[in-house]
Design a protein around this ligand. Structure first.
Ligand code: APR
Ligand code: PHB
Length: 390
């Protein structure tokens, strides 16, 4: 088999890259370890910045997002039992975000790929990457017990945090920066109307909580929990009771509960691998960086990597210029570190840290008071939340 770009991983990064390359007439094969059903079963944040919306439109997969996505012009910060609205629309001169589940984005990309008749190899085993320090990289994998090899011009490592692309780079060629947080998020998805029409981020003495949604009839809620908690220990009743304790009286009254359709605990991590290019192999999305979910930057960062990578490859094939490829890593990392900073800061502001005690809580409350009463501070939060300019 031969292709121009071999894409490892059919998450949002790999699928979006495949679609943008296809639009530009560049041939790509996607190789994915899991089944499509498994890929779709992963529940992740779904707040899309304008840049991400534009890119999905450019890829020709924005129709359902515009029809079903919920446009949000603000969100609430809840602390000391009171909610304060951050009017991001007004603070940023008219910018908004769309709440549209990552599962739906993936679904739309899968459908587009299928209807264009493009090749995705699912349930590929033992995927490995070779010779990316030469002009003839190769990808090997096993499918249904048969070994295959793909020759290509480039490899796109879109295989997430646990993928093989980053792991295949020689030690010493990559530097990892990492921070692990001492708590997790217990998340519940339920077919109940959201408690509020906008998101609520809550800082409480019992820990952080987030009220989010997937639609007007499906809610996504989270509470901060110790890393030692097991999801089986949390009955639906216990979850709702804990969430209620972290809300303001009005939200508490309006909260509608119901059976969970998904419940999981996710650890929180900040991670960046530098650089993101190794000869003819590029890393994009979670393969290169992870942000804690506070602020929902993960998918948006993946989308900008893919924007820069697709335009670099289009430039390479169209104009025979390596300029985009040569600056790919640097361009991505400038944006990534700013989103890393924001996600780390927002996480630090909203969560209970075991070691910081009541002093830490008071400092957080003072910062939240400042944030919600200073236009300059609210504007900085809003500007980061809607997404910094490219
Ligand atoms: N071979 C082939 N595919 C692999 C391999 C492998 N060895 N290892 C992992 N994969 C696949 C995974 O099964 C997954 O489907 O790569 C895909 C990576 O997808 P994601 O983890 O969703 O990463 P990405 O596409 O970069 O999406 C980033 O995901 O975690 C969120 O917040 C993040 O929203 C962001 C988005
Ligand atoms: C979510 O809906 O899952 C979500 C929303 C916003 C966040 C994080 C997660 O900041």
């Amino acid at each position: 088999m031969r292709t121009q770009v071999a894409i490892i991983g059919a998450g949002p990064s790999g699928l979006l890259l495949g679609q943008l390359l296809h639009k530009a007439g560049i041939d790509a094969i996607i190789i994915e370890r899991q089944s499509p059903e498994y890929v779709l079963s992963r529940i992740r944040a779904g707040v899309l910045e304008q840049v991400t919306m534009d890119l999905l439109d450019e890829a020709g997969v924005g129709t359902r997002m515009h029809k079903e996505g919920l446009v949000h012009g603000g969100f609430d910060l809840l602390f000391k039992g009171q909610r304060h609205r951050i009017d991001m629309h007004e603070l940023t001169g008219g910018k908004k975000v769309i709440v549209y589940g990552q599962t739906e984005v993936t679904h739309d990309l899968m459908d587009a790929r299928k209807s264009a008749g493009l090749a995705t190899i699912y349930e590929a085993n033992n995927v490995s990457v070779h010779d990316f320090d030469t002009k003839k990289p190769r990808v090997r994998f096993e499918k249904d017990g048969v070994n295959h090899e793909i020759e290509c011009d480039f490899i796109a490592g879109c295989d997430g945090f646990h993928g093989i692309c980053r792991a295949s780079v020689p030690e010493g060629a990559v530097t990892n920066y990492e921070k692990i947080y001492p708590f997790g998020w217990l998340g519940v998805l339920a077919d109940v109307p959201p408690v509020s029409h906008e998101l609520i981020y809550a800082n409480t003495e019992r820990g952080f909580a987030l009220c989010s949604m997937r639609s007007k009839t499906r809610s996504r809620y989270y509470v901060q929990c110790p890393l030692s908690d097991k999801v089986e220990q949390w009955s639906d009743e216990a979850f709702w009771a804990e969430l209620r304790l972290r809300l303001d009286p009005q939200a508490r009254d309006q909260l509608i509960t119901g059976p969970s359709i998904e419940k999981s605990i996710a650890p929180l991590r900040s991670f960046v691998a530098e650089p993101m290019r190794f000869g003819r192999m590029f890393l994009a999305g979670d393969a290169a960086h992870i942000v804690p979910p506070t602020g929902a930057k993960g998918l948006n960062l993946a989308a900008t990597d893919v924007k820069y990578l697709s335009s670099a490859l289009i430039e390479f094939y169209g104009e025979k210029s390596a300029a985009g490829i040569d600056t790919y890593s640097e361009r991505c990392l400038r944006r990534i570190w700013k989103a890393e900073r924001f996600s780390w800061w927002f996480t630090s502001l909203m969560h209970q840290f075991p070691e910081s005690g009541s002093f830490g809580q008071k400092i957080q409350e003072a910062e939240l008071d400042y944030l919600t009463h200073s236009r300059a501070a609210s504007q900085s939060l809003a500007e980061n939340y809607v997404g910094l300019p490219l």
